[in-house]
Design a binder for this molecule. Structure first.
Ligand code: ADP
Ligand code: MG
Length: 301
């Protein structure tokens, strides 16, 4: 098969591993820089172009869309879908998971455990908003942040009010969340492929840090999941409509709660922590599922 990887940098660990795993299984693995793709959206013959050439013959794509290019990146994925190319994660699913509020709402609808979360527009409702999240300490987070940026722990009500005021001043959208103190600065990354958690690791934030992101100096170790954690991760990916997802959970006093569902989960941390060929499992999933025109999206939704 010809499996395109939408990635802006072929030297990234995840991109390299996917190329390597695909080639090892006999596939052609072009790396397509989605930022440089442009599109012809005419009826009947949609196409994607790159440096003067029309991209043809691709059977499937693996989108690795960074948070800063969500809008353009998902437009390129949608265009491939319109051409009938199978995308391992569909554009609509990527968009759903990128917006933390939308994702929380969809997960809550299906009864998946979440930290209690509030969202409001008017500054007049700040008091109530903090109360919804159970009062200080609360976590305040930007709806489109990533790698821990824009996630703030406000330990007192005064601090929460100040942060909320600052975010409002910047016209940023944010939500206010119950602080899961008992997680102790650790979370669990469940790497889901299809309907299975294929690898999992515990990430512990560095000393004095409540955010466990590896990009913030967190460290990863192996962990054994409970059946409840496993099913929460698989169900969360399913609710988002993602075939490949990094589902982040916190161990709370009331069971696993989902932090977020990532549509382009990194491979480096998880492969190194678990010694598993996660890239190979993604390729294998595509081999089993990429039939021409099996995409349901076709640019709708
Ligand atoms: P990002 O997309 O920037 O990674 P997250 O929502 O995943 O944002 O938050 C980053 C980290 O902060 C999480 O992995 C977790 O360790 C910590 N964290 C976030 N929200 C909470 C919360 N409500 N309670 C406790 N820890 C939290
Ligand atoms: Mg996160």
């Amino acid at each position: 098969m010809k499996i395109g990887i939408l990635s802006t940098n072929r030297n990234l660990y995840s991109t390299r591993r996917l190329v390597e795993a695909g080639v090892a299984r006999g596939h052609e693995m072009p790396v397509i820089n989605h930022k440089r793709c442009y599109m012809n959206i005419t009826s009947h013959r949609p196409s994607v172009h790159l440096k003067g050439e029309s991209i043809t013959g691709v059977n499937a794509i693996i989108p690795r869309i960074g948070a800063s290019v969500s809008f353009y990146g998902t437009a390129v994925v949608r265009q491939f879908e319109m051409m009938g190319v199978y995308s391992v994660n569909e554009s609509v699913a990527i968009t759903r998971s990128r917006d933390k509020l939308r994702a929380c709402q969809l997960l809550a609808r299906k009864g998946i455990g979440l930290p209690v979360t509030g969202f409001a527009n008017s500054p007049d409702d700040t008091e109530d908003l903090i109360d919804i999240a159970g009062g200080a300490p609360v976590v305040i987070k930007l709806l489109e942040g990533t790698q821990g940026v824009g996630v703030v722990l406000a330990e007192t009500r005064k601090a929460a009010e100040s942060v909320i005021e600052a975010f409002r001043g910047l016209k940023a959208n944010f939500m206010v969340q119950e602080f899961i103190a008992e997680a102790g600065g650790a979370d669990i990354r469940c790497f889901v492929v299809g309907d299975k958690v294929v690898a999992a690791m515990k990430r512990q934030g560095k000393e004095g840090e409540f955010r466990s992101n590896l990009h913030r100096g967190g460290s990863a170790t192996l962990i054994k999941l409970t059946p409840e954690e496993r099913s929460t991760a698989v169900r969360s990916a399913k609710v988002m409509g993602l075939n490949v997802a990094g589902v982040d959970l916190l161990r709370s006093n009331h069971g696993p709660v989902v932090m977020e569902v990532n549509s382009s989960p990194g491979l480096e941390g998880i492969e190194k922590a678990t010694n598993k060929d996660v890239a190979g499992m993604i390729i294998e999933f595509i081999e089993k599922n990429a039939k021409k025109s099996s995409t349901r999206t076709r640019g709708t939704g």
